[in-house]
Ligand binder design. Structure first.
Ligand SMILES: [Zn+2]
Length: 121
């Protein structure tokens, strides 16, 4: 029997095998999860969190529809555009993480790193 180390998706229960599919690390890059919270948060697949995944606009990412009150169609167009730019940048950075050779604290977007530095002062 395979011993899983606890990186199972909170939504579908399957293994989150690759960091590039991790919603937790995507939100870490976005600054929504702080470095202190990271080890304590539950793992999730990007595609298992449509509320965030709907904002990823990239030819390499099959568009993820989101229903309900958080659906893009129900939100302010300017806000949606901002989120698409931001989340897509974060997703593209996440795809590069395995080849960047940077340490986990450096994963986050530059403006997020800057904010954390200011807050920790
Ligand atoms: Zn999942």
């Amino acid at each position: 029997m395979k011993c899983d180390t606890g990186y199972l998706c909170d939504v579908c229960g399957q293994d989150v095998a690759a960091i590039i599919d991790s919603d937790l690390y995507l939100r870490y890059i976005l600054g929504e999860v702080s470095p202190l919270e990271l080890p304590r948060m539950r793992e999730r697949h990007i595609r298992c969190n449509p509320a965030t995944a709907q904002y990823i606009v990239d030819p390499a990412f099959e568009p993820m529809p989101c229903d309900g009150i958080f659906a893009k169609a129900n939100l302010d167009a300017d806000y949606v555009r901002q989120q698409e730019t931001l989340v897509t940048r974060a997703w593209q950075r996440l795809q590069q993480v395995p080849t960047l050779g940077v340490a986990i604290p450096e994963y986050a977007l530059p403006e997020v790193l800057e904010r954390w530095r200011t807050e920790m002062r």
